[in-house]
Design a protein around this ligand. Structure first.
Ligand SMILES: [Zn+2]
Length: 498
């Protein structure tokens, strides 16, 4: 059953949306937050567990120092204050994927609070998003519900549990309420998660793979009638796992809530699931309040009191921030504001930068990613970075072109081959026989043949009509199946006819 929705323009005429975004990021530490178990993704179920992360009686947690370090660096990068003293708290709830019966988290004493992240929208305008807090916690295990149609617990015959992820360090980053975005709320939500992902990647604290769940977004959405200031009841759409889905989920929730409110109904405070296939959300569980969790300070872990000296040391490790990097790249590559924006909107800045680092000229790297590959990503419905080609491979193709081994046309075929999983660029060139015919004697043979086939054209060239050579170049290119360098062919034709 699909809920009624209100036309989007009408939503905006009648209501102001309020967003609150909670992003969970899994840190890329080698071991879990409170034990020595490895954190690698994709291992056999329940092979990365121990008494601590299984919550067995008598086991005691030991805090992962690297996890705290990453948390502080994230806080600093977001311009947050770092707590001089804070504690972990037990968040009590029973869920089968949480073997301890509680989650070790932080409650009213987060390690970082009160920051800001600036987002640039597609048209270049900037939105400032306040950061409420960033706190440390641990991930839960994973459940797999078998036998139902939807993969959810309802209708399932049985469920399987994998505790490998239980205890993996998580940082939860929570925004302050985001107001005043109007019709652009869905775009702002997406831009926020994008900016945060870029920042976390620059910090090298996580592999930020939304498709593998190492970056997950919960989108809180509510509406208030235009001209009023009191927030409406919000819903929380959980674990949205792609940038595009974040945008779609927010938009859908706005139209669904608006239809309810316009019809005199009320929005229930609840969690919701986003369905990628239909682009709609469905009700999850009624939202608990913090009282339900009976938070209390974690008695098995000592408080954390990062010294000012340590925090300063960590501050000195912060890398160039994505926005600083963009500014520098714009200057170095001499891009106009519009060119830079195209690059940013295509999600190509880091990819192009890496391609340049791998040896390609900036203009060529840009052309590959923003033109050819962006089209390919678009037609596959994936993000640019998800295409099965690396910056190093693009740089290799560009090098083959600039070295004269490939024409632009052949280079596109090589890229197609890499995308099709045929291996490295050089392997594709060899397997598909794509190298430019650079052997002059082979070209001479083709030229002589073309001249013999079109004697009138040959006479014109010999008579000094240089522009007539185009027809012979065309014939040679055709004979070599486009594998000749047209410029070289032209030179050889003119040599031949003088
Ligand atoms: Zn463990």
């Amino acid at each position: 059953m699909t809920a009624p929705v209100l036309d989007y323009d009408e939503v905006i005429e009648r209501f102001d949306p309020v967003l609150g975004l909670e992003v969970h990021v899994e840190l890329n530490t080698n071991t879990k937050m409170f034990c020595g178990c490895p954190t690698a993704f994709g291992a056999e179920p329940n092979t990365q567990v121990c008494p601590v992360c299984l919550g067995l009686p008598g086991s005691l947690p030991v805090l992962n120092g690297k996890g705290v370090e990453s948390a502080i660096r994230i806080g600093l990068a977001l311009g947050c204050d770092i707590a001089e003293w804070c504690r972990f708290a037990r968040k009590n709830y029973f869920y089968p994927d949480m073997p301890k019966n509680f989650q070790t988290s932080q409650y009213d004493e987060p390690i970082a609070y009160n920051g800001v992240l600036n987002l640039e929208l597609a048209d270049g305008s900037v939105v400032e998003v306040g950061i409420e807090r960033a706190h440390m916690e641990e991930d839960t295990g994973k459940s797999l519900h078998v036998g139902g149609a939807t993969g959810r617990i309802h209708g399932a015959a049985h469920s399987l549990l994998d505790y490998n992820r239980a205890g993996v360090p998580l940082i939860e980053i929570v925004t302050k309420p985001i107001t005043g975005t109007g019709a652009r709320a869905p775009e702002v939500a997406r831009a926020y998660v994008t900016a945060l992902r870029d920042l976390l990647r620059a910090l090298d604290v996580s592999d930020v793979r939304m498709d593998q769940g190492s970056l997950r977004c919960d989108a809180n959405v509510s509406l208030m009638p235009r001209g009023t200031t009191e927030f409406g009841t919000r819903t929380e759409t959980k674990n949205v796992n792609s940038l595009r889905s974040v945008e779609r989920a927010v938009r859908y929730e706005m139209t669904r809530q608006a239809a309810l409110l316009t019809d005199g109904g009320t929005v229930l405070q609840e969690t919701r699931h986003f369905d990628e296939g239909t682009g709609t959300t469905s009700a999850g569980r009624r939202k608990e309040t913090s009282e339900d969790y009976r938070y209390f300070p974690e008695p098995d872990l000592v408080p954390i009191a990062p010294s000012g000296e340590w925090v300063d040391k960590l501050r000195a490790t912060l890398p160039e921030m994505p926005w600083q990097r963009r500014k520098r790249i714009q200057e170095e590559w001499q891009l106009s504001d519009l060119e830079l924006r195209d690059l940013v909107n295509a999600g190509a800045v880091e990819l192009v930068a890496s391609t340049v680092d791998a040896g390609a000229a900036p203009a060529e790297a840009r052309a590959w990613w923003v033109n050819y590959l962006a089209q390919e990503a678009n037609s596959r419905g994936v993000e640019l970075g998800e295409l099965p080609i690396t910056p190093a491979q693009v740089a290799r193709v560009a090098a083959l072109v600039s070295g004269g081994s490939l024409t632009n046309k052949l280079a596109r075929e090589v890229v197609d081959g890499v995308l099709a999983g045929e291996g490295e660029p050089d392997e594709v060139v060899a397997a598909r026989g794509l190298a430019v015919v650079s052997d002059d004697s082979a070209l001479h043979a083709a030229i002589d043949e073309a001249l013999a086939a079109q004697p009138d054209v040959a006479d014109k060239i010999r008579g000094g009509k240089v522009q007539a050579a185009g027809a012979i170049v065309g014939a040679v290119m055709k004979a070599t199946k486009g594998k000749a360098d047209a410029k070289r062919v032209r030179e050889l034709i003119l040599e031949r006819c003088t």
